[in-house]
Ligand binder design. Sequence first.
Ligand code: GLP
Length: 256
Amino acid sequence: MEVVIPKNPADVGRLATDKVASVVRARPKAVIGLATGSSPAFIYAELARRVRDGEISFAEASGFALDEYVGIPFEHPQSYASVISREVVEPLGFEPARIWIPDGRADDIDKAATEYDEGIAAAGGIDVQILGIGANGHIGFNESTSSFSSRTRVNTLAPRTREDNARFFVDTSQVPIHCIVQGLGTILEARQLVLVAQGSAKAEAIARAVEGPVSSMVPASALQLHPHAIVIVDEAAGSQFLLADYCCTFANKPVR
Ligand code: GLP
């Protein structure tokens, strides 16, 4: 795993953007794994700027969202279908017909989950998966004890996750209890993983994910098993690393 702590916190988003942009420039029909949450917002904003400036295009690319709540309508402003449409599809100019979101409203949700993985495979697999991390170490909505070989499935949100995400709802009681999420096994099949984190609230989770041990109690530690995973964090999020001095790149130039 490559770990980068940029000297300038604003470069977390820029370096991650460089990674995603290089994949899309090399392959305009790239398949992008799309995370929600605050952490990747800088990536989408910077990609949108590059689209506006004509440096890059997502017109031929496809996208698969990581996860979705179960039990709220698609049109709810906090459904990930709405968030991805508003924050990613429209500003980056994706063709909406090439964007897939796990179906949290399906009558047969297990079937919908199986078909989601089949859809990723039919698209040729995910070229680059963007990831944030929960303060409890989750990725997507893969909470502690998620199997490293799990596939897209229904999962139950941890109380901490519901509390953390209450800021997007009226209060914690309004946050759905269940979700449908790409499994850790699904995520590990992406050809590249790019995880970003900012702020001291993520420091413990990031240190446990990067320095181990590999454990289903820290789902993000699954990245240690991936051949092409990069973790880009600001100094606050990297403040609990034990081995930062010789294991991390302190970047002041674009990551290749
Ligand atoms: C949610 C999302 C995750 C995201 C996490 C952290 O739980 N399902 O994909 O990584 O929030 O979000 P944030 O970046 O807002 O802290």
